[in-house]
Design a protein around this ligand. Structure first.
Ligand SMILES: Cc1cc2nc3c(=O)[nH]c(=O)nc-3n(C[C@H](O)[C@H](O)[C@H](O)COP(=O)(O)OP(=O)(O)OC[C@H]3O[C@@H](n4cnc5c(N)ncnc54)[C@H](O)[C@@H]3O)c2cc1C
Length: 386
Protein backbone atom coordinates (compact mmCIF):
# COMPACT_ATOMS: atom_id res chain seq x y z
CA UNK A 1 0.00 0.00 0.00
CA UNK A 2 1.24 3.52 -0.77
CA UNK A 3 2.57 5.35 2.28
CA UNK A 4 1.45 8.84 1.29
CA UNK A 5 -1.44 10.63 -0.39
CA UNK A 6 -2.65 14.17 -0.78
CA UNK A 7 -6.06 13.23 0.58
CA UNK A 8 -7.11 10.17 2.55
CA UNK A 9 -10.82 9.30 2.51
CA UNK A 10 -11.74 6.97 5.37
CA UNK A 11 -14.72 4.67 4.72
CA UNK A 12 -15.93 3.00 1.55
CA UNK A 13 -19.71 3.23 1.84
CA UNK A 14 -21.75 5.27 -0.64
CA UNK A 15 -20.55 8.52 0.95
CA UNK A 16 -16.83 7.75 0.88
CA UNK A 17 -16.83 6.61 -2.75
CA UNK A 18 -18.82 9.67 -3.81
CA UNK A 19 -16.43 11.99 -1.98
CA UNK A 20 -13.42 10.18 -3.50
CA UNK A 21 -14.96 10.42 -6.96
CA UNK A 22 -15.70 14.14 -6.72
CA UNK A 23 -12.26 14.92 -5.31
CA UNK A 24 -10.47 12.86 -7.97
CA UNK A 25 -12.61 14.27 -10.79
CA UNK A 26 -11.59 17.75 -9.75
CA UNK A 27 -7.90 16.87 -9.81
CA UNK A 28 -7.35 17.07 -6.08
CA UNK A 29 -4.07 15.14 -6.30
CA UNK A 30 -3.44 11.65 -5.01
CA UNK A 31 -6.74 10.50 -3.46
CA UNK A 32 -6.58 7.32 -1.39
CA UNK A 33 -9.72 5.69 0.03
CA UNK A 34 -9.26 3.26 2.93
CA UNK A 35 -12.00 0.77 3.80
CA UNK A 36 -11.60 -1.77 6.59
CA UNK A 37 -14.02 -4.34 5.13
CA UNK A 38 -13.19 -6.75 2.35
CA UNK A 39 -15.69 -5.07 0.01
CA UNK A 40 -17.09 -1.59 -0.47
CA UNK A 41 -20.60 -0.79 0.79
CA UNK A 42 -20.92 -3.75 3.13
CA UNK A 43 -22.20 -1.73 6.12
CA UNK A 44 -25.17 0.69 6.22
CA UNK A 45 -25.01 1.22 2.46
CA UNK A 46 -25.45 -2.46 1.70
CA UNK A 47 -28.31 -2.81 4.17
CA UNK A 48 -30.34 0.14 2.96
CA UNK A 49 -33.74 0.27 1.28
CA UNK A 50 -32.61 2.28 -1.74
CA UNK A 51 -35.16 5.08 -1.27
CA UNK A 52 -34.40 8.37 -3.02
CA UNK A 53 -36.69 11.35 -2.37
CA UNK A 54 -36.83 15.08 -2.10
CA UNK A 55 -39.80 15.31 0.28
CA UNK A 56 -38.02 16.53 3.40
CA UNK A 57 -39.17 19.09 5.95
CA UNK A 58 -36.00 21.22 5.92
CA UNK A 59 -34.64 23.23 3.05
CA UNK A 60 -31.08 21.94 3.31
CA UNK A 61 -32.17 18.28 3.13
CA UNK A 62 -34.49 19.07 0.21
CA UNK A 63 -31.70 20.88 -1.63
CA UNK A 64 -29.26 18.00 -1.07
CA UNK A 65 -31.90 15.66 -2.50
CA UNK A 66 -32.63 17.79 -5.55
CA UNK A 67 -28.93 18.01 -6.38
CA UNK A 68 -28.63 14.25 -5.93
CA UNK A 69 -31.73 13.39 -7.97
CA UNK A 70 -30.31 15.44 -10.84
CA UNK A 71 -27.09 13.43 -10.56
CA UNK A 72 -28.97 10.10 -10.51
CA UNK A 73 -30.97 11.21 -13.58
CA UNK A 74 -27.69 11.97 -15.39
CA UNK A 75 -25.85 8.96 -13.96
CA UNK A 76 -25.09 7.23 -17.25
CA UNK A 77 -23.59 10.35 -18.87
CA UNK A 78 -21.59 11.38 -15.81
CA UNK A 79 -20.54 8.09 -14.23
CA UNK A 80 -20.66 5.84 -17.30
CA UNK A 81 -21.78 2.81 -15.31
CA UNK A 82 -25.18 1.09 -15.06
CA UNK A 83 -27.71 2.21 -12.45
CA UNK A 84 -31.00 0.49 -11.72
CA UNK A 85 -33.17 3.48 -10.83
CA UNK A 86 -36.96 3.64 -10.67
CA UNK A 87 -38.62 7.08 -10.49
CA UNK A 88 -41.98 5.68 -9.40
CA UNK A 89 -42.48 8.47 -6.87
CA UNK A 90 -42.85 8.58 -3.09
CA UNK A 91 -46.26 8.93 -1.50
CA UNK A 92 -46.55 10.18 2.09
CA UNK A 93 -49.90 9.28 3.66
CA UNK A 94 -51.15 12.04 5.95
CA UNK A 95 -53.12 10.67 8.89
CA UNK A 96 -53.39 13.55 11.36
CA UNK A 97 -54.15 17.27 11.40
CA UNK A 98 -50.59 17.88 12.54
CA UNK A 99 -49.10 16.00 9.59
CA UNK A 100 -51.41 17.83 7.19
CA UNK A 101 -50.34 21.20 8.63
CA UNK A 102 -46.64 20.33 8.52
CA UNK A 103 -46.77 18.97 4.99
CA UNK A 104 -48.68 22.08 3.83
CA UNK A 105 -45.70 24.16 4.96
CA UNK A 106 -43.22 21.80 3.29
CA UNK A 107 -45.34 21.73 0.13
CA UNK A 108 -44.90 25.50 -0.26
CA UNK A 109 -41.15 25.18 0.27
CA UNK A 110 -40.89 22.35 -2.28
CA UNK A 111 -42.68 24.47 -4.91
CA UNK A 112 -40.42 27.42 -4.16
CA UNK A 113 -37.43 25.14 -4.81
CA UNK A 114 -38.82 24.18 -8.22
CA UNK A 115 -40.35 20.79 -7.37
CA UNK A 116 -43.67 19.66 -8.81
CA UNK A 117 -45.27 17.89 -5.86
CA UNK A 118 -48.91 16.74 -5.95
CA UNK A 119 -51.40 17.01 -3.09
CA UNK A 120 -53.86 14.12 -3.22
CA UNK A 121 -57.32 14.18 -1.62
CA UNK A 122 -58.46 11.00 0.18
CA UNK A 123 -60.45 10.08 -2.97
CA UNK A 124 -57.33 10.50 -5.10
CA UNK A 125 -55.30 8.36 -2.69
CA UNK A 126 -57.94 5.60 -2.85
CA UNK A 127 -57.96 5.78 -6.67
CA UNK A 128 -54.18 5.87 -7.11
CA UNK A 129 -53.31 3.38 -4.34
CA UNK A 130 -56.16 0.85 -4.31
CA UNK A 131 -54.14 -1.45 -2.02
CA UNK A 132 -54.31 1.04 0.88
CA UNK A 133 -56.61 0.74 3.90
CA UNK A 134 -57.83 4.35 3.97
CA UNK A 135 -58.59 4.43 7.70
CA UNK A 136 -57.50 7.82 9.04
CA UNK A 137 -55.99 8.97 5.73
CA UNK A 138 -56.72 12.68 5.25
CA UNK A 139 -54.69 13.00 2.06
CA UNK A 140 -51.19 12.45 0.73
CA UNK A 141 -48.30 14.13 -1.00
CA UNK A 142 -46.67 12.64 -4.07
CA UNK A 143 -43.53 13.58 -6.00
CA UNK A 144 -42.91 11.73 -9.22
CA UNK A 145 -39.13 12.33 -9.36
CA UNK A 146 -38.72 10.44 -6.08
CA UNK A 147 -38.21 6.68 -6.18
CA UNK A 148 -35.53 4.16 -5.40
CA UNK A 149 -32.21 2.98 -6.77
CA UNK A 150 -29.75 0.14 -6.34
CA UNK A 151 -27.24 0.83 -3.52
CA UNK A 152 -24.68 -1.55 -5.03
CA UNK A 153 -24.81 0.13 -8.46
CA UNK A 154 -24.39 3.53 -6.79
CA UNK A 155 -21.40 2.41 -4.72
CA UNK A 156 -19.68 0.48 -7.49
CA UNK A 157 -20.39 3.23 -10.04
CA UNK A 158 -18.79 5.94 -7.92
CA UNK A 159 -15.85 3.64 -7.08
CA UNK A 160 -15.14 2.76 -10.72
CA UNK A 161 -15.45 6.38 -11.83
CA UNK A 162 -13.17 7.49 -8.97
CA UNK A 163 -10.53 4.95 -10.06
CA UNK A 164 -10.81 6.17 -13.66
CA UNK A 165 -9.91 9.63 -12.37
CA UNK A 166 -6.86 8.23 -10.58
CA UNK A 167 -8.15 7.56 -7.05
CA UNK A 168 -6.79 4.47 -5.34
CA UNK A 169 -9.13 2.33 -3.22
CA UNK A 170 -7.72 -0.07 -0.64
CA UNK A 171 -9.89 -2.64 1.15
CA UNK A 172 -9.01 -4.49 4.37
CA UNK A 173 -7.34 -1.34 5.72
CA UNK A 174 -8.59 -0.10 9.06
CA UNK A 175 -7.65 3.37 10.26
CA UNK A 176 -6.53 3.00 13.87
CA UNK A 177 -5.15 6.46 14.58
CA UNK A 178 -5.00 10.02 13.29
CA UNK A 179 -1.60 11.73 13.35
CA UNK A 180 -1.33 15.45 14.06
CA UNK A 181 1.66 17.80 13.90
CA UNK A 182 3.57 18.69 17.07
CA UNK A 183 1.16 21.56 17.81
CA UNK A 184 -1.81 19.24 17.53
CA UNK A 185 -3.41 21.42 14.87
CA UNK A 186 -2.62 19.99 11.44
CA UNK A 187 -3.38 16.49 10.19
CA UNK A 188 -0.22 14.81 8.92
CA UNK A 189 -1.34 11.22 8.44
CA UNK A 190 -3.23 8.17 9.59
CA UNK A 191 -2.17 4.96 11.27
CA UNK A 192 -3.63 1.76 9.92
CA UNK A 193 -3.37 -2.00 10.40
CA UNK A 194 -1.11 -1.93 7.34
CA UNK A 195 1.19 0.88 8.35
CA UNK A 196 1.17 4.66 8.32
CA UNK A 197 -0.02 6.85 5.48
CA UNK A 198 1.12 10.46 5.37
CA UNK A 199 -1.43 12.95 4.05
CA UNK A 200 -2.18 16.66 3.98
CA UNK A 201 -5.94 16.22 4.16
CA UNK A 202 -8.26 13.65 5.61
CA UNK A 203 -12.03 13.18 5.40
CA UNK A 204 -14.04 10.87 7.61
CA UNK A 205 -16.85 9.11 5.75
CA UNK A 206 -17.20 6.47 8.40
CA UNK A 207 -20.98 6.51 8.89
CA UNK A 208 -22.12 4.99 12.19
CA UNK A 209 -18.47 4.62 13.35
CA UNK A 210 -17.60 8.30 12.92
CA UNK A 211 -17.74 9.17 16.63
CA UNK A 212 -15.13 6.50 17.36
CA UNK A 213 -12.85 7.55 14.50
CA UNK A 214 -13.13 11.29 15.21
CA UNK A 215 -12.27 10.58 18.85
CA UNK A 216 -8.86 9.40 17.61
CA UNK A 217 -8.19 13.09 16.93
CA UNK A 218 -9.87 14.21 20.14
CA UNK A 219 -12.98 15.62 18.44
CA UNK A 220 -16.54 14.69 19.37
CA UNK A 221 -18.96 14.13 16.48
CA UNK A 222 -22.33 13.12 17.96
CA UNK A 223 -23.40 10.36 15.59
CA UNK A 224 -25.10 7.33 17.10
CA UNK A 225 -25.68 3.90 15.56
CA UNK A 226 -29.35 2.87 15.68
CA UNK A 227 -30.59 -0.47 14.38
CA UNK A 228 -33.20 -0.45 11.61
CA UNK A 229 -34.57 -3.45 9.79
CA UNK A 230 -36.09 -4.64 6.56
CA UNK A 231 -38.19 -7.57 5.31
CA UNK A 232 -38.44 -8.45 1.62
CA UNK A 233 -41.22 -10.74 0.44
CA UNK A 234 -41.17 -13.42 -2.22
CA UNK A 235 -42.49 -12.53 -5.69
CA UNK A 236 -45.75 -10.64 -5.22
CA UNK A 237 -47.87 -9.21 -8.02
CA UNK A 238 -51.07 -8.26 -6.19
CA UNK A 239 -49.96 -4.64 -6.17
CA UNK A 240 -49.67 -3.44 -9.76
CA UNK A 241 -46.50 -1.74 -11.01
CA UNK A 242 -45.51 0.99 -11.03
CA UNK A 243 -46.49 1.74 -7.45
CA UNK A 244 -44.76 4.48 -5.45
CA UNK A 245 -42.68 4.05 -2.32
CA UNK A 246 -45.58 4.35 0.14
CA UNK A 247 -44.89 5.86 3.56
CA UNK A 248 -47.15 6.03 6.59
CA UNK A 249 -45.38 8.51 8.87
CA UNK A 250 -47.76 7.79 11.79
CA UNK A 251 -46.17 4.32 12.13
CA UNK A 252 -43.01 4.94 10.01
CA UNK A 253 -44.05 1.99 7.84
CA UNK A 254 -42.78 2.16 4.26
CA UNK A 255 -42.81 -0.27 1.37
CA UNK A 256 -41.81 -0.46 -2.28
CA UNK A 257 -41.16 -2.96 -5.05
CA UNK A 258 -37.98 -5.01 -4.66
CA UNK A 259 -36.85 -7.83 -6.95
CA UNK A 260 -40.41 -8.74 -7.86
CA UNK A 261 -41.47 -8.79 -4.19
CA UNK A 262 -42.16 -5.98 -1.72
CA UNK A 263 -39.58 -4.43 0.59
CA UNK A 264 -41.07 -3.45 3.96
CA UNK A 265 -39.34 -1.20 6.49
CA UNK A 266 -40.32 0.40 9.78
CA UNK A 267 -38.47 2.12 12.63
CA UNK A 268 -38.48 0.77 16.16
CA UNK A 269 -38.53 3.95 18.21
CA UNK A 270 -37.77 2.08 21.40
CA UNK A 271 -34.43 1.00 19.93
CA UNK A 272 -31.48 2.39 21.87
CA UNK A 273 -28.11 3.32 20.39
CA UNK A 274 -25.68 0.48 19.80
CA UNK A 275 -23.84 -1.57 17.20
CA UNK A 276 -26.16 -4.60 17.44
CA UNK A 277 -27.31 -5.32 13.88
CA UNK A 278 -28.92 -8.72 14.38
CA UNK A 279 -32.52 -9.05 13.19
CA UNK A 280 -35.11 -8.60 15.96
CA UNK A 281 -37.78 -11.23 15.19
CA UNK A 282 -40.32 -9.78 17.61
CA UNK A 283 -40.16 -6.37 15.99
CA UNK A 284 -40.19 -8.11 12.59
CA UNK A 285 -43.63 -9.53 13.49
CA UNK A 286 -44.79 -6.04 14.41
CA UNK A 287 -43.55 -4.73 11.05
CA UNK A 288 -45.57 -7.35 9.19
CA UNK A 289 -48.71 -6.72 11.26
CA UNK A 290 -48.45 -2.97 10.65
CA UNK A 291 -47.89 -3.55 6.92
CA UNK A 292 -50.96 -5.80 6.69
CA UNK A 293 -53.08 -3.25 8.52
CA UNK A 294 -52.18 -0.47 6.08
CA UNK A 295 -52.08 -2.66 2.96
CA UNK A 296 -54.27 -5.73 3.71
CA UNK A 297 -53.36 -7.33 0.39
CA UNK A 298 -49.89 -7.98 1.86
CA UNK A 299 -51.48 -10.79 3.91
CA UNK A 300 -50.84 -12.89 0.81
CA UNK A 301 -47.14 -12.03 0.63
CA UNK A 302 -44.54 -14.47 1.97
CA UNK A 303 -41.51 -12.99 3.76
CA UNK A 304 -38.32 -14.23 2.09
CA UNK A 305 -35.35 -12.14 3.25
CA UNK A 306 -34.85 -10.11 6.41
CA UNK A 307 -31.95 -8.13 7.74
CA UNK A 308 -30.97 -5.27 10.02
CA UNK A 309 -28.44 -2.49 9.62
CA UNK A 310 -27.39 0.72 11.31
CA UNK A 311 -28.71 4.22 10.82
CA UNK A 312 -26.06 6.86 11.65
CA UNK A 313 -28.11 9.35 13.61
CA UNK A 314 -27.34 12.89 14.72
CA UNK A 315 -29.44 14.79 17.29
CA UNK A 316 -31.23 16.80 14.54
CA UNK A 317 -31.30 14.09 11.83
CA UNK A 318 -29.04 16.06 9.51
CA UNK A 319 -25.52 15.07 8.45
CA UNK A 320 -22.33 16.77 9.53
CA UNK A 321 -20.42 18.14 6.53
CA UNK A 322 -17.70 20.35 7.89
CA UNK A 323 -14.12 20.72 9.06
CA UNK A 324 -13.29 18.38 11.92
CA UNK A 325 -13.27 20.87 14.78
CA UNK A 326 -10.19 23.09 15.04
CA UNK A 327 -7.98 20.75 13.02
CA UNK A 328 -6.44 21.94 9.77
CA UNK A 329 -6.83 19.52 6.90
CA UNK A 330 -9.42 17.31 8.60
CA UNK A 331 -13.04 17.05 7.47
CA UNK A 332 -16.11 14.97 8.16
CA UNK A 333 -19.01 13.94 5.92
CA UNK A 334 -21.23 11.56 7.88
CA UNK A 335 -24.36 11.18 9.99
CA UNK A 336 -26.99 11.16 7.28
CA UNK A 337 -29.48 9.74 9.78
CA UNK A 338 -30.93 7.17 7.41
CA UNK A 339 -30.77 9.22 4.20
CA UNK A 340 -27.20 8.79 3.08
CA UNK A 341 -27.78 6.84 -0.09
CA UNK A 342 -30.10 9.46 -1.54
CA UNK A 343 -27.74 12.25 -0.49
CA UNK A 344 -24.53 10.57 -1.62
CA UNK A 345 -24.04 12.47 -4.91
CA UNK A 346 -24.66 15.88 -3.30
CA UNK A 347 -22.52 14.95 -0.30
CA UNK A 348 -19.59 14.27 -2.61
CA UNK A 349 -20.08 17.50 -4.53
CA UNK A 350 -20.31 19.81 -1.50
CA UNK A 351 -17.53 18.04 0.42
CA UNK A 352 -15.16 18.39 -2.54
CA UNK A 353 -16.09 22.09 -2.79
CA UNK A 354 -15.48 22.60 0.93
CA UNK A 355 -12.12 20.78 0.86
CA UNK A 356 -10.80 22.32 -2.34
CA UNK A 357 -12.34 25.81 -2.34
CA UNK A 358 -12.86 26.38 1.37
CA UNK A 359 -16.64 26.70 1.01
CA UNK A 360 -19.48 24.71 -0.50
CA UNK A 361 -21.19 26.60 -3.32
CA UNK A 362 -23.74 24.11 -4.75
CA UNK A 363 -25.75 24.03 -1.51
CA UNK A 364 -25.49 26.26 1.56
CA UNK A 365 -24.32 23.78 4.21
CA UNK A 366 -24.05 26.18 7.15
CA UNK A 367 -26.84 24.21 8.85
CA UNK A 368 -24.63 21.10 8.72
CA UNK A 369 -21.71 22.53 10.68
CA UNK A 370 -20.38 20.50 13.60
CA UNK A 371 -20.56 23.50 15.91
CA UNK A 372 -24.37 23.56 15.76
CA UNK A 373 -24.54 20.87 18.43
CA UNK A 374 -23.13 23.24 21.04
CA UNK A 375 -25.90 25.77 20.32
CA UNK A 376 -29.38 24.17 20.61
CA UNK A 377 -31.01 27.21 18.95
CA UNK A 378 -29.25 26.18 15.72
CA UNK A 379 -30.80 22.69 15.65
CA UNK A 380 -33.72 22.34 13.23
CA UNK A 381 -34.93 18.79 13.36
CA UNK A 382 -35.82 16.95 10.17
CA UNK A 383 -39.40 15.79 10.71
CA UNK A 384 -39.79 13.38 7.79
CA UNK A 385 -37.59 10.64 9.20
CA UNK A 386 -38.55 7.02 8.67
C1 LIG B 1 -32.35 -0.63 7.15
C2 LIG B 1 -31.84 0.63 6.51
C3 LIG B 1 -32.59 1.24 5.52
C4 LIG B 1 -32.12 2.41 4.92
N1 LIG B 1 -32.83 2.96 3.91
C5 LIG B 1 -32.35 4.05 3.26
C6 LIG B 1 -33.02 4.58 2.13
O1 LIG B 1 -34.07 4.07 1.71
N2 LIG B 1 -32.47 5.66 1.50
C7 LIG B 1 -31.32 6.24 1.94
O2 LIG B 1 -30.88 7.22 1.36
N3 LIG B 1 -30.65 5.75 3.01
C8 LIG B 1 -31.15 4.68 3.67
N4 LIG B 1 -30.47 4.17 4.75
C9 LIG B 1 -29.33 4.91 5.26
C10 LIG B 1 -28.10 4.68 4.42
O3 LIG B 1 -27.86 3.30 4.31
C11 LIG B 1 -26.93 5.40 5.08
O4 LIG B 1 -27.28 6.73 5.37
C12 LIG B 1 -25.73 5.41 4.16
O5 LIG B 1 -25.45 4.10 3.72
C13 LIG B 1 -24.54 5.99 4.89
O6 LIG B 1 -23.42 5.79 4.07
P1 LIG B 1 -21.97 5.91 4.68
O7 LIG B 1 -21.04 5.71 3.55
O8 LIG B 1 -21.89 7.16 5.48
O9 LIG B 1 -21.91 4.71 5.74
P2 LIG B 1 -21.50 3.18 5.56
O10 LIG B 1 -22.14 2.58 4.37
O11 LIG B 1 -21.74 2.49 6.86
O12 LIG B 1 -19.96 3.27 5.26
C14 LIG B 1 -19.03 3.65 6.25
C15 LIG B 1 -17.82 2.80 6.02
O13 LIG B 1 -16.76 3.22 6.88
C16 LIG B 1 -16.00 2.06 7.18
N5 LIG B 1 -15.19 2.35 8.36
C17 LIG B 1 -15.63 2.65 9.61
N6 LIG B 1 -14.58 2.82 10.43
C18 LIG B 1 -13.46 2.63 9.68
C19 LIG B 1 -12.06 2.68 9.98
N7 LIG B 1 -11.63 2.95 11.22
N8 LIG B 1 -11.18 2.45 8.98
C20 LIG B 1 -11.63 2.16 7.71
N9 LIG B 1 -12.94 2.10 7.39
C21 LIG B 1 -13.84 2.33 8.36
C22 LIG B 1 -17.05 1.00 7.40
O14 LIG B 1 -16.50 -0.29 7.29
C23 LIG B 1 -18.06 1.33 6.31
O15 LIG B 1 -17.87 0.57 5.14
C24 LIG B 1 -30.90 2.99 5.35
C25 LIG B 1 -30.14 2.36 6.33
C26 LIG B 1 -30.60 1.18 6.92
C27 LIG B 1 -29.77 0.51 7.96
Amino acid sequence: MQDSADIVVVGGGCIGVSVAYHLAKRGAGKVLLLERDQFLGQESTGKCAGGIRAQFSTEVNTRLSLLSIKAFENWQQEIGEPLQYWQWGYCFLLTSDELVANFKKSFKMWKRLGMEPEWWSPEEVARRLPYINMEGVQGATFHQRDGFGDPSDITQGFAKAARRHGAVIENNVEVTGIRLDSLGRQVVGVETNRGEVRCGKLVLCTGAWTRKVAAMAGIDVPIEPIRRQIIVTDKFDKIADPFPMTVDLSTTLYFHRESGGVLIGMSDHSESAGFNDSFNEEFGEQMLMTAMERAPVLENAVPKHKWAGLYEVTPDHHPVIDRLGHLDGAYVCAGFSGHGLMHAPAAGIVTAELMLEGKASSVDITALELERFSDPSRLHDEANVI
